[in-house]
Design a binder for this molecule. Structure first.
Ligand SMILES: [Zn+2]
Length: 324
C-alpha cells in the first residue's frame, strides 16, 4: 500500500462521530503521577470550547444514538471517574452554567471516607516534600535504598521514574494494584505510621454530596465499583458485589436507578461484562483510547483520558479523533 493509502485508511479508521472524555478531579495540585487532575481554569475553558465548537451530549443520549446507528458528528460526552469532592464543587457548577451534561462515575466505598483513595494516600506519603526514613514497611518484593532523593513534582507514571522516590512509588503501586482493599489499606496505614508526611489532599464525596450532585440538572450518576479494584481475574461473587453493590449503594443514596458503569482502572474480562449486563447496566465505559462509532458496543465504550490541557490542546485532540 502506498503511504497516502495507508494514511487515508488509518485516518478513516480513527475518525469517529463521537468521543467520550474521561476526567477525574478538577485541581492541578501535585503529586499527580497518573495525570488525574485538570485545573479549574482549564476545565472552564474545556467546557466553553465544547459548547462553542462541538456537540455536547449526555451518555444516555449517545447510547440511544449508537443503538439507532445515527450519531451526529462532533458529539462529545463528558465523564468523570472515582467521585472526588471537587466534582460537585468545581466541575458541576461549570457544567451547569454552560448546559453541558456529564456522567460522574462514583466508587462507592470511598463515599464518606475521611481519607482518599489508596493510590492518592500512597502518592502523598512517598512523593511528598518530607524526608523518608531509611526503614520503611513495604509490600513484599519492594526494595528501598533509604537514600532519599526529593521527588520531582511533575513526574508522571507514563515516563520512567526520575528519582528513587518515583521508582519506590511505582513499585509499591504495582505491588498493591491487585492486592485487594484490605491489603491496600493496611499497607498505606503501615507507611503512614512510619512517615511524617501529610495525607492526600484529594478528598472524596460524602453521601450527602453525592445526593446533591445527582439532583443537579445535566448530571447523571454512574457506578464505578465499591472498592475500585480491577474487575478482571476475580471470582464471580466478588465481581457481582462490586458491580451490583456499587449500583445499589448509589440507588439508595440518590433514589434513582443506575444505568451506567465505568470499569475501575479500565480492567474488564468476560466475567465483568456478564456482571454489568446482569446488573441492568445500559452503558459501560472502559479506558481504552478511541472514538465511538455506530458499531461500538455499548458495554465497552472507549474514552479519551483528558490531562491538564489548555483548551487549544483539547481542541487538537478532539480534531484528531473527530475530524474538522
Ligand atoms: Zn477510577
Amino acid at each position: 500500500m502506498t503511504w497516502a493509502g495507508w494514511y487515508r485508511r488509518t485516518v478513516e479508521r480513527r475518525r469517529a462521530p463521537a468521543v467520550v472524555l474521561m476526567y477525574h478531579r478538577f485541581t492541578d495540585a501535585s503529586p499527580d503521577p497518573w495525570s488525574l487532575g485538570v485545573s479549574a481554569a482549564h476545565f472552564a475553558e474545556h467546557v466553553a470550547l465544547l459548547q462553542r465548537a462541538y456537540r455536547p451530549a449526555s451518555l444516555a443520549q449517545l447510547a440511544g444514538e449508537v443503538a439507532r446507528r445515527r450519531i451526529p458528528r462532533r458529539t462529545v460526552v463528558v465523564t468523570a471517574d472515582d467521585g472526588y469532592r471537587d466534582n460537585l464543587h468545581v466541575a458541576a457548577p461549570v457544567l451547569g452554567a454552560q448546559g453541558v451534561p456529564a456522567t460522574f462515575f462514583i466508587s462507592t466505598g470511598a463515599i464518606d471516607s475521611p481519607g482518599s483513595f489508596w493510590w492518592d494516600e500512597l502518592a502523598a506519603l512517598i512523593l511528598g516534600d518530607h524526608a523518608l526514613p531509611a526503614d520503611l514497611p513495604l509490600p513484599t518484593g519492594v526494595r528501598w535504598t533509604g537514600a532519599s532523593e526529593a521527588s520531582e513534582a511533575s513526574w508522571t507514571a507514563d515516563r520512567p521514574p526520575s528519582t528513587n522516590r518515583d521508582a519506590l512509588y511505582l513499585a509499591t503501586w504495582q505491588a498493591l494494584f491487585r492486592a485487594g482493599p484490605e491489603a491496600q489499606s493496611a499497607a498505606v496505614a503501615a507507611l503512614r505510621a512510619s512517615i511524617a508526611g501529610s495525607g492526600s489532599r484529594f478528598p472524596t464525596l460524602t453521601g450527602h454530596e453525592v445526593a446533591t450532585l445527582a439532583r443537579m440538572p445535566f448530571v447523571e450518576i454512574g457506578a464505578h465499583g465499591r472498592t475500585h479494584r480491577p474487575l478482571d481475574h476475580l471470582d464471580g461473587a466478588t465481581v457481582a458485589q462490586e458491580v451490583h453493590g456499587s449500583c445499589a449503594d448509589l440507588a439508595h443514596l440518590t433514589g434513582r436507578p443506575v444505568h451506567s458503569f465505568a470499569f475501575p482502572h479500565g480492567a474488564h474480562d468476560a466475567g465483568a461484562f456478564a456482571a454489568v449486563r446482569a446488573a441492568g447496566i445500559r452503558v459501560a465505559c472502559t479506558t481504552v483510547e478511541g472514538g465511538v462509532h455506530e458499531a461500538t458496543t455499548l458495554h465497552a465504550l472507549p474514552r479519551i483520558h483528558v490531562r491538564n490541557w489548555s483548551a487549544d490542546r483539547l481542541d487538537d485532540v478532539l480534531r484528531w479523533w473527530l475530524g474538522r
